[in-house]
Design a protein around this ligand. Sequence first.
Ligand code: SIN
Length: 532
Amino acid sequence: MKEFDFVVIGSGIAGLSFALKAAKHGSVAVITKRKGSDSNTAWAQGGVACVTSDEDSFDLHIRDTLEAGAGLSDEAVARTIVTEGPERIRELGELGLEFDQREVSGHREPDLGREGGHSKRRVLHVQDVTGLQIEKTLLRELERSPRVELLENHMAVDLITAGKLGFATEDRCLGVYVLNEKTTEVETIRTDRLVLATGGCGKVYLYTTNPDVATGDGVAIAWRAGATIANMEFVQFHPTCLFHAEAKSFLVSEAIRGEGGILRNSRGEDFMERYHPMKSLAPRDIVARAIDAEIKRSGAKCVYLDITHQSPEFLRERFPHIYETCLRFGIDMTKQPIPVVPAAHYQCGGIKTDVNGATTLPGLYAIGEVASTGLHGANRLASNSLLEGLVVAHRACEALVRAQPPAHPARQIELPQWQPGNVQDLDELVVIYHNWDEIRRLMWDYVGIVRTEKRLQRASARLRNLQREIREFYWNFKITVDLLELRNLATVAALIVDSALSRKESRGLHYTLDYPGTDDGHFKRDTLLSRM
Ligand code: SIN
């Protein structure tokens, strides 16, 4: 049995920055189901929203955040994250990360990008590969840290809690069972401080901008352990994912619209004029719904993002990754509009936490996309999430270091080893892939950008059947990463549907034809779900 002072599950911006800070106070394990660099963070193009310019202010950033959040963002949380942001950005700079600069009247200053819903330019970026550079910087630093053990190809199965072990004391987290993919054994890891930083759940939908690892593991694990889950109906669809038969999950950053890119329909019209005064730079929920409406009305397969009025030199310098990728698919963005469609992008709800990442289960923290701190409310403001990951990781570390140790630490408790039971290898992998595809397609068709009660009910019934079947596989066959991911995906899909069914109004990212208006009287509150 392994034992650590801190255990972090997930290796994106939140998990890695937490691990680096926690290592100053004790031993740390970072558990990640593929390679260290496989995370949503590494795919983030836009950047980090942070107030750094004299023309901007904390109040404006908070106002934009609350406006996007459609009445559900927590103002105190937004203030904490926005005002502590610059200090965390300075620390990234100390680790060697250089955001792009520009020359203004003889001096250099940050080259700030603009994205939808922001009233000012405030997005720090490294060309269009910001997340990748952050990830590389943090991993490089982690390698130098002797107190951090990076356990790659290890996947968390379930938390070990005092409640599950039947202790009559307060329920709390004592550790985690982890599948070592190389040995195929399940290991028991003991800790009093467990931090979930597993990112989001884009793979629950057929079309997503997320990498394959985004299967909602943290939310599903926390749910099974009894933690409260909040606002899962608010799934953000990014308006512009590259539309091409061979391009899987490729995001075309909103920063392109920030530099003047215009969305056009198949007739070449700037259709966003008809939907919002901010046109192509309107908040994401509005742009995604407008695209959905244009596509459904015209029968076209996609819309187009046109930035051809900018010079080829500027586009190649500012968006090298997008330029090269589009070119590989035969699209020269300097000469022709890019075909785009909306795709699932960000989970605005998650494990309910305070602004320090503390969940409702003592000993369990959640940070980054997996958590619902109250910042995003019903719709996340673009590029606020990397900032949230950094600030809350810092605060979680401080809170855990400050916290009183438990009266009976995990190391004094006999934790049971994983019991594999009398299980056999799953003989037909096709059943996993079939269920996986079915969940993703039904979520896309029935629980997408525009919803109805009937479609949600249908999705709910199908998901209950699928969950029953998956439970059978789980108990009767040897567990694999694929099976664990499928189990988590089905759990998270059901949480999204249950949350959506309980909100009888439209707000932010949750839009239903049956209740098209916003009902502040009954629903200006979080959707909270818990097994307890
Ligand atoms: C983008 O580059 O458009 C994504 C930014 C974000 O989702 O925050």
